[in-house]
Design a protein around this ligand. Structure first.
Ligand SMILES: [Zn+2]
Length: 89
């Protein structure tokens, strides 16, 4: 499923970067919150990002979507642990 993962990663709505600046290490992307793109500095609405991911996932495998979203949130969290892109806004 590695290919599937690659094709559905969270991306900045504005510049399509996959790097996000999260407010603190334990931050988890939640519905209704905003995450700042580490590349262009603009705020992305987490709900929209997850919606996009979910829509893409639905196209590929509907019953796999929820698992993917859960994994993306964990991956994102993991990815930013110790990230050099952490910054406060
Ligand atoms: Zn961006």
């Amino acid at each position: 499923m590695e290919e599937l993962k690659k094709s559905i990663g969270l991306r900045c709505t504005f510049c399509h970067s996959v790097l996000f600046a999260l407010p603190h290490e334990k931050y988890a992307p939640l519905h209704g919150s905003l995450i700042v793109c580490a590349n262009c500095g603009r705020e992305n609405d987490v709900t929209s990002l997850i919606f996009v991911v979910k829509a893409k996932a639905m196209n590929i495998a509907e019953d796999y979507a929820d698992k993917l979203i859960d994994k993306f949130q964990k991956d994102l969290k993991k990815a930013f642990k110790g990230s050099k892109h952490l910054k406060f806004k």
